[in-house]
Design a protein around this ligand. Structure first.
Ligand code: OAD
Length: 386
């Protein structure tokens, strides 16, 4: 896999993809993997160490300064929360929190989106989200968008767990790579959400930048046409971040303020394979516990860094580990398990049940309204059923 996207004319070409550690005013283009970021971080650490700035994690721990969990385990994390030690939890999410809603993730073998795009005849699967490819051929993206259109799915237990964290006064911010808007649907307030890879909520014309609302885009997508601007006829693209485009300014301004304050990082359902999002895990204070809830381990230190003794990335398995915990399994189960242990289990399951019932009811009402507004849809639906 290439280390960065270079075939688009997007802002990435003008500004180097420098990652998140470069300050709030800088922007970083979306990268397909973390090789560049890893190398930059490694050199930074190496120089810092040689210049005497590098802090020795082992030394800190042996001096008892850095260790905040009684044990690096789920129970250690639960005790840490229950003892009132954290008020600035940051959650970071990927596609794995939405798979139980019926939305495929990207990289899971077999079921992941990138393994199921043959019909689009792409040069490579990730081309569907590359700005250069999109500018040349937007159709495959819009065909896929219809299939995965947000609004057709309900938030999962994991989304409601994040909402509950907020309602308990523990959540500083939720960072998501997902574009399905399910955090919003789950009732997490907008100011608590950073949609790092953008959102379907708004769209813009690639030529004249005219903005379009979600309802307009939805109609275009469902009428099977490539949306074109009513003013200049340019292609209109939802404001999701494609490879080769910059992340939203909010991603940079928020992470600059948030991560130094973080006292517990919870990562849910992500392979942590895409930068600059993945490197956020290294922006928390060095004593901050990090809990991964995922089907597989992710974000671990790469071999070269380990050989160089440089502590970047998650460190679940070494003897030195004092703060990284991996709970392996389904996110919804993990979130329910955490809630049970924290004494919020019933609250979470009731919230899920009630919210799902409310959404179902609203969808029914909306569907009957649409039938009146768009009788052709009704006819299509009827002929499909015959
Ligand atoms: P990935 O598909 O790369 O990773 C999803 C992770 O979630 C994997 O580690 C899965 O094993 C795990 N997983 C799947 N379902 C799960 C479940 N129910 N419970 C627990 N774990 C589960 O998705 P992301 O990390 O979100 O960007 O991918 C990051 C970015 O890559 C996306 O935002 C997207 C993609 O290219 C763009 O399209 C711009």
């Amino acid at each position: 896999m290439a280390s960065s996207v270079t075939d688009g004319d997007g802002p990435q070409k003008e500004e180097s993809a420098s990652g998140v550690s470069s300050g709030s005013s800088s922007k970083a283009g979306l990268q397909r993997n973390n090789e560049d970021e890893g190398a930059v971080e490694m050199i930074r650490r190496y120089l810092a160490e040689k210049l005497g700035f590098y802090e020795d994690k082992k030394k800190e721990v042996s001096e008892g300064k850095a260790k905040v969990l009684t044990e690096a385990s789920v129970d250690g994390v639960i005790k840490y929360i229950q003892d009132g030690n954290c008020k600035n939890v940051i959650t970071m999410a990927g596609a794995g929190i939405s798979t139980s809603a019926g939305i495929p993730d990207f990289r899971s073998p077999g079921s992941g989106l990138y393994h199921n795009l043959e019909k689009y005849k792409l040069p490579d699967p990730q081309a569907i989200f590359e700005i250069g490819f999109f500018q040349r051929n937007p159709q495959p993206f819009f065909t896929l968008a219809k299939e995965l259109y947000p609004g057709s799915f309900k938030p999962t237990t994991s989304h409601y767990f994040i909402r509950l964290l907020n309602e308990k006064g523990l959540l500083r911010r939720h960072y998501t790579q997902n574009i399905d808007t399910l955090e919003r649907v789950a009732g997490l307030p907008a100011e608590k959400i950073v949609e790092a890879h953008g959102t379907f909520h708004t769209s813009h014309c690639l030529e004249c930048k005219q903005e379009y609302e979600i309802e307009w885009m939805k109609e275009q997508i469902f009428s099977d046409s490539v949306p074109t601007c009513e003013k200049c006829n340019g292609v209109v693209k939802p404001d999701i971040v494609f490879f080769g485009e910059n992340l939203p300014t909010r991603f940079f301004s928020c992470n600059e303020k948030d991560f130094s304050k973080c006292d517990l990082l919870i990562i849910l359902g992500s392979s942590l394979a895409v930068q600059p999002f993945a490197s956020l895990i290294d922006r928390v204070p060095k004593e901050c516990p990090r809990l991964l809830i995922n089907r597989e381990k992710a974000g671990q230190r790469d071999r070269l860094m380990t050989l160089l003794g440089m502590g970047s990335g998650m460190d679940f398995d070494s003897d030195d580990n004092f703060r990284d915990v991996a709970w392996l399994g389904d996110c919804d189960e993990g979130c329910q398990m955490l809630s049970d242990k924290l004494g919020w289990g019933d609250e979470l399951s009731t919230l899920v049940k009630e919210e799902h019932a409310r959404i179902d009811k609203e969808k029914k009402e909306e569907a009957s309204k649409r039938k009146i507004k768009y009788p052709s849809e009704k006819k299509r639906a009827e002929s499909k059923n015959h």
